[in-house]
Design a protein around this ligand. Structure first.
Ligand code: PLP
Length: 390
């Protein structure tokens, strides 16, 4: 089913297109706002290769987790970059699965939460999408759908996350039905770890998982490991692993950096300094005047705000790169702009390049300063930010 995929957009191509549109409308050249998100396809492939170093057994297969528009990196762009590397793609929305099929991808596709409506079941069959089944209602809907041939299914087991899935008791009570169902095709047992990045670890969930696995008459294939488990718990790395955040070059751990694991940032959010304000001590900056100059200060105004996906709750002091130098934000983030301290960085001025996160400044650091995780920063990248590939 593979076919030629569109060539990646380049920065200049994108600008040309914008310019052509703008010129046709207004008869003059368009100066784009300087913010860009650059997606580095080679870093993505590098990170995939790093994951495979943790999963050296060739029998281990990899679902590249591309839910949420590939963690904000663009579903088709990421699928294109990982084509030929990932054994399959795992996502949430059936529309995204169908979009991958229609773009020519023939790999297995896993719907991590299965179908949300009975009417989607025939679509799973038609597009060869593998649904997860996490509740009895989904199983009943599958039986009622009376498909011509059984669907391969991931049985989602709740081993302690207590979000979706069947517990040991639930499986015990429905095992006759599971073993006899003519509508269930090949089964894989899946579970998800609640604390692979934290203190509780995974052993307690593994124990419950093995108990459930023992109920089945045959030894069924498994899928357990997310990014944190892949990096920390080799005993979970078997069957089909499900890396997400590591592919995008961020760390699943609070206390260890992505660079520690040899991961490279994939998304780099850049912009420029629009203007510089020289202010005297006592002057304040931005809404609410949250930053007060203690000495004569140079404040850089950056073309990036919360409407671009930069977290509004990033406090003053959040790291930022200007002209390749590390400095900090100053004052409150507004919709289209944020402000940073350029005092002492004499080479930085109007037009200087700014990196909000990515190459040279880990998204994890900006996230930690803002009380969140890089996952959220990536997913929040706004549609208005032009994306370019490198
Ligand atoms: C999102 C998700 C993953 C990937 O998690 P990361 O922490 O990004 O590796 C794996 N499995 C399931 C079920 C998920 O929902």
């Amino acid at each position: 089913m593979e076919r030629a995929l569109p060539a990646p957009e380049t920065d200049s191509l994108l600008e040309l297109r914008q310019n052509a549109l703008f010129q046709s409308l207004y008869g003059k050249l368009f100066m784009p706002r300087p913010i860009r998100a650059r997606i580095d396809a080679s870093a993505l492939r590098h990170n995939f290769a790093r994951v495979r170093q943790y999963a050296a057994d060739p029998k281990t297969k990899t679902w590249a987790v591309v839910k949420a528009d590939a963690y904000g990196h663009g579903l088709l762009r990421v699928a294109h970059a990982l084509n030929g590397l990932a054994d399959g793609f795992a996502l949430l929305d059936i529309q995204e699965g169908i979009a991958l099929r229609e773009a020519g991808y023939g790999q297995p596709i896993l719907l991590l939460e299965g179908f949300f409506e009975a009417r989607d079941i025939p679509l799973c069959a038609r597009y060869a999408l593998t649904p997860a089944i996490h509740c009895i209602e989904q199983l009943e809907a599958l039986e009622k759908a009376r498909l011509a041939s059984p669907l391969p299914v991931y049985l989602k087991l709740n081993t302690g996350m207590n979000r979706l899935g069947f517990t040991l008791e639930a499986i015990e009570s429905m095992k006759a039905r599971l073993f006899e169902s003519r509508y269930l095709g090949a089964l894989t047992l899946m579970t998800h770890f609640a604390d692979a990045d934290g203190a509780r670890g995974i052993a307690w969930q593994m124990e419950r998982f093995q108990k459930i696995r023992a109920i089945f008459p045959e030894r069924l294939p498994v899928s357990m490991a997310n990014s944190a488990a892949i990096l920390r718990y080799p005993e979970t790395v078997m069957g089909w692993i499900r890396p997400g955040i590591v592919l995008y070059g961020a760390s699943p751990f609070e206390e260890r950096s992505a660079a520690d694991f040899g991961l490279k940032p994939v998304m780099t959010l850049t912009s420029r300094i629009l203007e510089v304000q020289e202010i005297v001590p006592g002057e304040r900056v931005g809404y609410g005047g949250l930053f007060t100059a203690q000495k004569p200060s140079r404040i850089g105004i950056v073309a990036c705000g919360y409407a671009d996906g930069y977290p509004r709750h990033a406090p003053g002091g959040t790291p930022i790169l200007v002209a390749g130098r590390r400095t900090v934000t100053a004052g409150r983030v507004s919709m289209d702009m944020l402000t940073c301290d350029l005092t002492g960085i004499s080479e930085a001025g109007m037009g200087s390049p700014v990196t909000l996160w990515g190459d040279g400044l880990a998204a994890d650091e900006v996230a930690a300063s803002s009380g969140t995780v890089a996952y959220e920063l990536f997913c929040a990248l706004a549609r208005r930010v032009p994306v370019v590939e490198s």
